[in-house]
Design a protein around this ligand. Sequence first.
Ligand code: BG6
Length: 478
Amino acid sequence: VKDSNSFPETFLWGGALAANQVEGGYLEGGKGLTTVDLMPTGEERQTISKGYISNFTPKQDVYYPSHEAVDFYHRFEEDIALFAEMGFKSLRLSIAWSRIFPTGEEDQPNEVGLQFYDQVFDELLKYNIEPVVTLCHFDVPVFLVEKYGSWKSREMVNLFEKYAKTVFERYKNKVKYWMTFNEINMLLHRPYMGAGITLVGENQINQVLYQAAHHQLVASALAVKAGHEINPDFKIGCMLAAGATYPYTSNPDDYWKAMEKDRESFFFIDVQSRGEYPGYARRFFRDEGLDILMEPGDVDILKEGTVDYIGFSYYSSRCTSTDPEVLKGAISGNIFGSIKNPYTKASQWGWTIDPKGLRITANQLWDRYQKPLFVVENGLGAVDVPEEDGTINDDYRIEYLREHFIEMKEAIQDGVDIIGYTSWGPIDIVSASTGEMKKRYGYIYVDRDNAGNGTMERRRKKSFYWYKDVIRSNGEKL
Ligand code: BG6
């Protein structure tokens, strides 16, 4: 255990992006369609995300924000130069599976797609920025969704393994930090957004979801195994949408429910980090009458493919209750069905703001896994209104981040081994849940609106200079 009062010298300060939210160029360079390419904005996006519309044909006259996103595909040099100006030590980004295997089933990878990421990684390395690469961030090739029903099918396991091996081989001398599935637990909450799973016509929802989860867990373990064989220096992590669940009262029933809620998420990481299904999950399958098909070798694969570090996103803590009166109308705006916590504030989108929850969550994860932690997403989605002179004074964002950094520092002093922090959307990008542009997280403003109008010009916000100072002082100057 490190004994330290501040951030380690090697701390990986940076930012985090996802291919589908930033790149655009959705059919360029031979890329195939991915699930997100068929997700518009607004209400329809929410329903699709939850798996209740299966819509595999792009419609005319509908605006799909991923098609151009913020054009990182053509502007990555300019954007990476800005990240370098802030002093980034790392950049988390994802590879679009369908740039490498446009349908997911080709024998040979798409060389143009591979070259694109070569260029991106070279550009990062030029500035000594460590790439941190997610293999799958909410984008499944549409072809696999149509042919197999995505992760409902075991077929996905080997297709994913082939994809993982291809990029591990190709980038083994450029990329050291990897993650398999972004927010793997999102599969239970937004099955289509998280894993390309539609629930239309399904009666046994939990059977479908946990079978798909098993496939992802095996695929993740196979990728980790393959990665370690290809380069033993690889650090391959999992990625959890984290956030501790608080009981609404001291009623033991509330406490137990909060624990169950946390376990719903820990379930994935317990398997990915400890290499076996926890007892509470086996009981849940029994109680629910679920019959999860496993192949004979799966137990060994899970054991042998455990992760090196725990990557997690933290935006909010959660809160739950067993009291129907409390539950009534008390849902806050986030994805996890949390109720409103009277002790915390909320963002413009109703997401709980709870800086101390980051310390609590980090301690919880450290106590549970005793593996290095990497905060790979955190930040405030807010509306930015440029001043008349064009400047953007996002003090609210600075405030949010500062409070979270203070708590992250506390966690480090608690003895938690945190190796880095990449804030979400260091440049404004398309929102995953709503498809909006106006839900901005960036230090860099992008001139683009919800309907796709704007020049795409990049501009430094006030937070840009603030974060630069944070990194330069290694978290001493907050
Ligand atoms: C996480 C995702 O759920 O939260 C990101 O990994 C997403 O892809 C981020 O963008 C913030 O959510 P949103 O909906 O505000 O973009």
